[in-house]
Design a protein around this ligand. Structure first.
Ligand code: NDP
Length: 479
């Protein structure tokens, strides 16, 4: 599969003529190539986007919404192709791509198609003196950079609101998972999205990603990825006074009280720990359990997790697929070694899995549970972003809160209890941008989404992201 850039409605090879290999994580084999784009490709895309901006931004919002719905329908029409591509490219179980990733990409375009028709701005009256009204105008050409864990899900989560708000977009999926981004460009061609409105460039972060971040005509950057990369991007974009939205890493606590609905908690905790091989920024990688049920929980959870099957992502019944790349698998395994050195006990997992046949060289790791680590251990502090969780006991609400907040991150938190007062109080105190009580990953796309502390700056979702992708201008009229 030879992937191409999408610039000005054309599918093009990079100007420098260089390509990178695209590797299937389940087999460890090259199955295609992607453009190794550079700054000259970004320049070409920016020129196309600038030319498209006047007519796209002045298009009636209902007309822009129609394009969003057409793109959603275009993905729907090729649903199984998107599903297969996402699973092959990322290593995730095909059932997950079918149930979550591709439906969500469709919803993202539909949601922001509807949202833009409901977007309004404020008016502030100074009785008898003046009336102020706020214009919320599209910014211009904006950059959207997304990671590999939920490739089309997160890519479309940025592109859809940016386009709906009237901006023209230069977007870059991760070089590790470019395939559904490429399919999206085919869909945009099929539905006749005007040239230059959306441009999709493939290549590495340091080359094409950096060229997007530093291009003077790209006025805003919406980035999702690691905290280290976020720091680099913030340092480069800030002196250029670009608008920045940064959705970064996490080390999310999953706080479990003895008074919770135990069975529901147990089933959901398996999912919140290991869905997508633990490679979801919202996974609860630090399980914090009230001491009264600690022993029972460790036993029951370990039993359930040790029965999980790791298998070929293409098989419908597979629960756990491959990690996204060899280097990522090695990073995850190295953290398991660190945990052992720090005195942790591996309750289950802790090693690579060698599968048969076509997957014999794939990047599979058994779901891993670690106990006995101190809260300051590296595996309790640093983001591993794989199928590895730690379990730590607590004896009071104060201790649970202190453990939950005792990391640099602040993305999400899950709380399990039947005591509603305790749940609300804790939700109020916990340092996280997203809190789930007695559930996990229950998403309403209208809600603000994002993290605090080292997990990011700004919020995506609903009207928050439409505000990000527009510039507010106050107009004061003297009466
Ligand atoms: P990275 O930060 O490595 O990469 C994210 C994106 O940025 C990729 O497209 C990457 O390109 C690009 N990139 C890398 N370096 C630069 C640079 N210098 N300038 C511009 N762009 C660059 O993250 P991962 O892809 O490894 O994703 C995993 C991380 O994402 C985890 O930390 C996870 O927590 C976080 N994440 C956060 C979410 C949130 O909502 N807060 C949601 C999902 C994930 P390339 O890959 O081609 O090098």
């Amino acid at each position: 599969m030879r992937i191409q850039n999408y610039i000005n409605s054309e599918l093009l090879d990079p100007q420098g003529g260089k390509h990178l290999d695209n590797i299937e994580p389940a087999t460890g084999k090259v199955f295609g190539t992607i453009p190794d784009s550079q700054s000259e490709d970004v320049q070409m895309a920016v020129e196309a986007a600038q030319a498209a901006f006047p007519s796209w931004s002045s298009l009636d919002h209902n007309e822009r919404a129609k394009y969003m719905f057409a793109i959603a329908d275009g993905i729907r029409a090729r649903f199984e192709e998107f599903v297969a591509a996402e699973s092959q490219d990322n290593g995730k179980p095909i059932s997950l791509a079918r149930a979550v990733d591709i439906p969500r990409a469709i919803s993202n375009f539909e949601h922001f198609g509807h949202a833009i028709t409901q977007f309004s701005s404020e008016s502030h009256s100074m009785p008898g003196v003046a009336i102020n009204y706020t214009l919320r105008q599209p910014i211009g050409v904006v950059g959207c950079i997304s990671p590999w864990n939920l490739p089309i899900y997160l890519f479309s989560w940025k592109i859809a609101p940016a386009l709906a708000a009237g901006n023209c977009v230069i977007a870059k999926p991760s070089e590790v998972t470019p395939l559904t981004g490429y399919l999206l460009s085919e869909v945009c061609k099929e539905v006749g999205l005007p040239p230059g409105v959306l441009n999709i460039l493939h290549g590495t972060g340091p080359a094409v990603g950096d060229a997007i971040v530093t291009h003077p005509k790209i006025k805003a950057i919406s980035f999702t990825g690691g905290t280290t990369t976020g720091k680099i991007i913030a340092a480069k974009a800030a002196p250029m006074f670009k608008k920045l939205s940064l959705e970064l890493g996490g080390k999310n606590p999953n706080i479990i009280f003895a008074d919770c609905d135990y069975d529901e908690m147990l089933n959901t905790t398996v999912r919140s720990s290991f869905a997508n091989q633990g490679q979801i920024c919202l996974c609860g990688s630090r399980i914090i359990v009230e001491d009264k049920i600690y022993e029972k929980f460790v036993k029951d959870f370990t039993e359930k997790v040790s029965r999980m099957e790791v298998g070929d992502p293409q098989n419908d019944g597979t629960q756990m697929g491959a990690l996204v790349s060899k280097s990522h698998m090695e990073k995850v395994l190295s953290y398991i070694e660190i945990a052992k050195e720090e005195g942790g006990t591996i309750e289950t997992g802790g090693h690579q899995v060698k599968l048969d046949d076509r997957c014999s060289d794939g990047y599979f790791v058994r779901p891993t549970i670690i106990t006995g680590l101190s809260p300051n251990a590296r595996c309790n502090q640093e983001e591993i972003f794989g199928p590895v969780v730690t379990i730590t006991p607590f004896s009071s609400v104060e201790e649970a809160l202190s453990l939950a907040n005792g990391v640099v991150y602040g993305l999400s938190c899950t709380i399990w209890t039947s005591n509603i007062k305790k749940a609300h109080n804790l939700a109020n105190e916990v340092e996280a941008g997203v809190v789930w009580i007695n559930c996990w990953l229950l998403r309403d796309l209208r809600t603000p989404f994002g993290g605090m502390k080292a997990s990011g700056v700004g919020r995506e979702g609903g009207l928050e992201v439409l505000r990000f992708f527009t510039e507010a201008k106050n107009v004061c009229v003297k009466l």
